[in-house]
Design a protein around this ligand. Structure first.
Ligand SMILES: Cc1ncc(COP(=O)(O)O)c(C=O)c1O
Length: 424
């Protein structure tokens, strides 16, 4: 049996680390250093040649140079990150946004077209609309309701279909849990690729973490993560990751070195520690989320629950995507409360255990109001059209005893007084 035959959850305990290089320490120490000593000037020259991809070093492993280029904690973390998605290579970043921005800037040039799914995380939405457009990238959005024919018609009607360079997808969508068909997007990318250019498909897999959806197997070229969420999992680190083929990730790493969006040694170490418990954390959170979703669905003050387990009734046309693409219903649950912002805020202000905070994927349960918080910068008309309204609350379900989570939700809902006319 080869080492790589172990399951990712087994490999997380030691893969890529050689204790004999670190005084026999069972766990990889934090290499808190900005730079590395070369044994000779010739070695330094060779390392730089390898870092810049100069020929003559095929098969050699580039040595350690400087922590904006490489660092042992980061390299071992990257070796482990790629295992969950079955990627050839991974790159770690200082945040999810730096992973996304660095990847987009690597492959997009002025005049290119980016096709993206709606809704996107608010930060990504702003990056796409205010930064990429500023650099001359044309952006075209589609929603989960649009099929292949509609999306291709949209591209053709734009008059710029020939300039399509990248498709960027967030699925399940944050915060509506709408599903986008990755294989369909891969087919569109393929249809618009040619000899002179390959249209790349990037998928933000933050919502499902590396456990429950594997976009590379569905035809994606790049999988992106806010590692701040499930990968970090304890709400104590900001980080990001990109996973894909070696040529694609090598290009992204070159941009990362220039933009300086690399992860630091201590955050890398924290993520390695977190990855050891990734599977058990995520599985427990998903079990708890199922209790929460079913409780909310039966509650008279709740109008609608957005949860993958309810796809058959919420979005019957997306059931085939659920079956083909997902290994779990996940641990993110959004719901519309009867009423509007006032009622949503009353609920949020009365939670006793669940923290009122943005972010997701931590051990603790969190609640927030997407309309005014994570998606504040998305235009209101766009939000309303996508179902992100003032009555929506988003829950990231943690790994506490589920009965305590349900107790908290129930008592906070009791404090919400619904206008008699709206109640009917
Ligand atoms: C789906 C999604 N993608 C990307 C990000 C950005 O990640 P980070 O905050 O680590 O930069 C977030 C943050 O909430 C997110 O929810």
């Amino acid at each position: 049996m080869k080492h790589t035959d172990f399951s990712p959850e087994t490999a997380m305990m030691g893969y890529g680390y050689q204790p004999e290089l670190s005084e026999g320490a069972v766990k990889c120490p934090v290499f808190q250093t900005s730079t590395f000593v070369f044994r000779s000037a010739e070695e330094g020259k060779a390392f730089f040649e390898m870092a810049h991809g100069k020929p003559g070093h095929e098969g050699e492993h580039p040595g350690l140079i400087y922590s904006r280029i490489n660092n042992p904690d980061m390299e071992i973390l990257e070796e482990r990150l790629k295992l969950w998605d079955g990627g050839e290579s991974a790159a770690a970043f200082s945040s999810g946004m730096s992973a996304i921005a660095t990847s987009l800037f690597t492959f997009l040039s002025p005049g290119d077209v980016l096709l993206y799914s709606n809704p996107l995380y608010g930060g990504t939405h702003k990056l796409v609309h205010h930064v990429l457009t500023h650099f001359g990238v044309e952006v075209i959005g589609f929603s989960a309701k649009d099929g292949k024919a509609e999306i291709e018609a949209m591209l053709e009607n734009s008059g710029h279909a020939g300039r399509l360079k990248m498709i960027y997808v967030e699925t399940p969508a944050n915060p509506t849990n709408d599903l986008i068909d990755i294989e369909m997007c891969a087919a569109i990318a393929h249809a618009y690729s040619g000899k002179e250019k390959k249209v790349l498909l990037a998928v933000d897999n933050t919502y499902m973490g590396p456990l429950w959806q594997h976009p590379l197997q569905q035809g994606a070229d790049i999988v992106l993560y806010s590692a701040t969420k499930y990968i970090g999992g304890h709400s104590d680190v900001i980080a990001g990751a990109a996973v894909g083929s070696k040529p694609v990730i090598t290009k992204i790493k070159k941009t990362r070195t220039l933009l300086g969006t690399i992860i630091d040694p201590h955050s890398s170490w924290l993520l390695m520690r977190s990855l050891e418990t990734l599977k058990i954390r995520m599985e427990e959170a998903a079990r708890n989320a199922n209790h929460v979703a079913r409780f909310l669905k039966a509650h008279p003050k709740v109008e609608k629950v957005y949860y993958l387990g309810f796809t058959a009734e919420n979005n019957p046309e997306q059931v085939h995507i659920l079956e083909d693409q997902y290994k779990s219903f996940g641990a993110m649950v959004s719901f519309d409360i009867q009423g509007g912002e006032k009622e949503a805020f009353t609920f949020l202000n009365n939670l006793k255990h669940i923290k009122l905070a943005v972010s997701l994927g931590g051990t603790e349960s969190l609640a927030e109001h997407p309309f005014s918080m994570t998606h504040a910068d998305v235009p209101a008309t766009e939000k309303n059209a996508l179902g992100v309204t003032e009555k929506m609350v988003r829950l990231s379900v943690g790994i506490e005893n589920y009965k305590d989570i349900l107790w908290d939700i129930e008592q906070a809902l009791e404090k919400v007084h619904i206008n008699e006319t709206e109640w009917a």
